[in-house]
Design a protein around this ligand. Sequence first.
Ligand SMILES: *Cc1c(COP(=O)(O)O)cnc(C)c1O
Length: 428
Amino acid sequence: MSDYKIGTKCVQGGYSAGNGKPRQIPIIQSTTFRYETGEAMGKLFDLEASGYFYSRLQNPTCDTVAAKICELEGGSAAMLTSSGQAASFFSVFNIASCGDHVVSSASIYGGTYNLFAVTMARMGVEFTFVSPDCSESELDAAFRPNTKAVFGETIANPALTVLDIEKFASAAHRHGVPLIVDNTFATPVNCRPFEWGADIVTHSTTKYMDGHGSAVGGCIVDSGRFDWTRYPDKFPGLCTPDYSYHGVTYTERFGLEGAFITKATAQLMRDFGSIQSPQNAFLLGLGLESLHVRMKRHCENGLAVAEFLSGRDDVNWVNYPSLPSSPYYTLTQKYLPEGSCGVVSFGVKGGRQAAQKFMSGLKIAAIETHVADARSCCLHPASTTHRQMSDAELDAAGVPGDLVRFSCGLEDDADLIDDIAQALDGVK
Ligand SMILES: *Cc1c(COP(=O)(O)O)cnc(C)c1O
């Protein structure tokens, strides 16, 4: 598979049917798996043999779909999680615990910000948030001796800032820690962060990957390239025996390719149980088969809508990474030359109230706490997803009060533009 282009991997990756076997991925709707001897099962518990025993840890349907995403990202191992939130949490908590510190871009999804700044802070993991546009020396200054990871989003939701992945990866590596990139908005069709030095990739598969608004889910992919064993004191969880797992040392037993995901499965899935259901994994697998076709259309619609909005004098500003007027256009051309995403943000003249009136006038796009769906939708973050943030925090995250986030679906662009035009006219 690794020689094939991304579209072929979307369709064929992760699963090949044996002779006389189902062509589509079977849904293994079983919590448990039968063994003939206790010894055989004991070997699984000791991680001496690989196999399934309980779906809270691993399930064949989920693993098949994770394998497809792993191929798409060009990683070495991957796991599905119940949600994008679980993926973000596991990706950090797998290597940072109480007393540790993480550097994160301030321009991230509101739910992730809350997870990091509030919930994980309560667990004793401290975060320093930096502007994605900070200089190398500002970035260096954010690190501490107990820093364990750097986190950012390829295209931030909803600010649509583009991460300079190489800048963040080289800073992370200078300080001996991995770069974790949430690649939800770009998807591996438009950007593969491992090709630019990222070490771990996370996804909310709820968005473009499923693509049809049908299943909440997440995924973590490891590049297998970060050498934990160079920093055994920083990453004792990966480099010293795990007594909750019969003394296994993950890097020794599973190599750099398998250590991170095996530890996350054996410890975090075992203890937190944030599994994706096999049924949801199946729906995700279906979505992935057309991801490359859909992303192209989402991006075409995104650009058409962004260009239309740029010509309206009742729109204050338009933010879309693939517009030449975007401050991120240069980074977009470098990291996202094929297209960015279908999400456009803009400010309606007249501020908060005008934005709300505009949204209620739309006929095709629905008001939803969702993005990256086949059906167009829109949201006013300051009054919904980001309402827990202060004005200063909103500005720091690049989400001003008048921002409308418009997620272009797969409809015809002419209809989307007509709908937006009539809703804007209705504001006056
Ligand atoms: C939605 C989203 C998440 C959270 O994912 P859920 O599946 O809703 O838990 C994380 N990161 C980004 C960029 C997102 O858009």
